[in-house]
Write a protein that binds this ligand. Structure first.
Ligand code: ZN
Length: 314
């Protein structure tokens, strides 16, 4: 893992199942002036692009229709990103994926591209969750669960169409699937308050084919600065090789001789580490802490692993 300075193009990924309200949310954000200056890339699995017509008056829109960019149209998507990078001052990007996409595969494709890996940085992964249909789709569809696990933020849409008690159970369910993601609510694109979900029970979800029964956990690991970046990198590589299939997300800030480094992984993909600006007093409270989301480990086993590894190498 080598360190490269920041000043890359930022990419925000907006994903979520078919009909879960991605475009409505994005349209509202653009209308309110959030995401100002960003180019919007819209991918539609259908041949006819409809979403771009809804967005075109609010932002510059690039449409990739007729297939999903995480699989069948991936080459075309990567080519579009490369063309974007070739501009003199390329703007940041919001990507609205098709409802069939797996955000982790998109991140993996960008990371594996020898040009894009040096030019792009993933801001965050947002996934919309339809309040009305989430329960049924979570019960039957492994894709919906895979979308959820790579999210930094889960947006529950159509919040006004579900009873508060059921929303509370949905929040508990989402937290059990991805304990690391922030959960927020929206109604027709506007932020909306979530009900209190303390004590709410998660829905019972059947294990789906190829899916482990082990619970998903979030662990927050302290990194001893004396360990050094090289040793930490080695430990992380070893962990991802051994356990990569059970790790969904890693995010944290590690202090290195080169500065504060933002480290992110989506499933097995390590994103290029990014040097962060030095913070004002008190802003570095989360330095040398790395959050892990996945299954098959817990806080103490992970902390023990890194401590023993570092003791071995130093
Ligand atoms: Zn796909």
């Amino acid at each position: 893992m080598s360190l490269t300075p920041a000043n890359r193009i930022r990419l925000k990924i907006l994903s979520g199942f078919l009909g879960s309200g991605k475009t409505t949310w994005l349209r509202h954000q653009l209308h309110e002036g959030a995401l100002r200056g960003r180019v919007v890339i819209v991918n539609e699995a259908a041949a006819a692009a409809i979403d771009d017509a809804l967005l075109a008056d609010l932002a510059r829109v690039i449409v990739i229709p007729g297939g999903c960019i995480c699989c069948t149209r991936q080459a075309e998507f990567l080519a579009a990103l490369r063309r974007h990078c070739d501009q003199a001052r390329p703007p940041d990007i919001v990507l609205e994926t098709s409802g069939l996409a797996e955000p982790a595969r998109i991140v993996e494709a960008i990371r594996a591209d020898p040009v894009l890996v040096h030019h792009m940085v993933i801001d965050d992964v947002l996934v919309t969750v339809d309040a009305v249909h989430a329960r049924a789709s979570l019960q039957s569809d492994p894709l919906v669960r895979r979308q959820l696990v790579s999210a930094d933020r889960l947006l529950i849409t159509k919040l006004d169409q579900l009873e508060e008690a059921d929303v509370a159970c949905l929040i508990a369910t989402l937290r059990s699937i991805n304990p690391g993601a922030q959960v927020t609510g929206t109604i027709r694109g506007e932020d909306a308050r979530l009900p209190d979900h303390a004590g709410a029970e998660a829905f019972e979800l059947p294990a789906l084919a190829g899916q482990s029964e082990k619970p998903v956990v979030a662990a927050d690991i302290a990194i001893d600065p004396a360990m050094g970046w090289e040793v930490f990198s080695l430990w992380l590589s070893a962990l991802l090789h051994a356990r990569g299939d059970e790790i969904f997300r890693i995010k944290g800030v590690v202090r290195t001789p080169a500065g504060r480094v933002l480290l992110q992984c989506v499933q097995k993909s390590v994103l290029p580490p990014e040097i962060l600006p030095e913070t004002q007093a008190g802003g570095g409270d989360f330095d040398n802490r790395v959050a892990f989301i996945g299954r098959g480990f817990d806080q103490s086993s992970l902390q023990r692993s890194i401590t023993e590894f570092a003791a071995d190498k130093t």
